[in-house]
Write a protein that binds this ligand. Sequence first.
Ligand SMILES: [Fe+2]
Ligand SMILES: [Fe+2]
Length: 292
Amino acid sequence: MENQELINRLSSIKSLPTLPVVADNVIKLTQNPDSTAFEIAEAISLDQSLASKVLKTANSAYYGFPRKINTINYAIVVLGLNNIKNIVLSTSIMGQFPKKNQNLLFDRKDFWKHSLLCGIIAKKISEHVGIKNSEEMFMCGLLHDFGKLILDTFFQEEFVCALQMAEKNQLTVMEAENRVFGFNHSGVGALLLRKWSLPPSLVKSVEFHHNPEETPNVFRTASIVHVSDYLCRRIGIGNSGGTVLPELNKKSFKLVDLTSDQIKELTLQIKKEFKTATEFLYEGETDDDKTP
Ligand SMILES: [Fe+2]
Ligand SMILES: [Fe+2]
């Protein structure tokens, strides 16, 4: 059951972000098995700026396609619908929030680095445990802490309070948020993503990424995000606020079935992939902004 206080607070926001219409259409089309690649390409092309960002990301080293991808249609053919859906969704969501902000305790570039890394790890772990649609797991990882961005955007004063409290009392950010707001970023992110009609498994994995055992139906997905988040913090690229590492859920860790050697190997691969994934992060910025 959703926290009433959370619902009230979010309803009090006059300009709550909405998913851009084109992105919304594309997501709906990709969920409909009768849609054709041509229809989806046409929907993306209605927004020229989105279309060029999709092409730029599709041509990035992360996807490593050897030939130049010049059209959205071709991008769908070579990268597949799920990857294109991810690019559209991540570009549309990131584009709504400025990467520079006033809150010195919450660096948004570091936040997106943490999020992107978590997405990459979640995809890798999904492949390891044999999940077919590992691309959807990338989005679950990418958006797991999305609620923090909402708190930082709309309730910054209290969010800063929570971050300071976490630091001072050695709490996790989630614990401090619970004390300050009476809810935390997991619920905030899930509520907004649910409003945007994103897939229920994605929404649940965001909602329960700190306590996967509380969602038996989506335990596997939430566990993968939970472990990815933990590994992310251990690897130390990016930062999502706070210094106290949330506790690792043992059942979730057992489920992902990784030996310490596999974790070492995975960490090496992930660091390499992360370097190639920067088009997701620096879209629309000048080279000067692309500080490592
Ligand atoms: Fe979190
Ligand atoms: Fe996180």
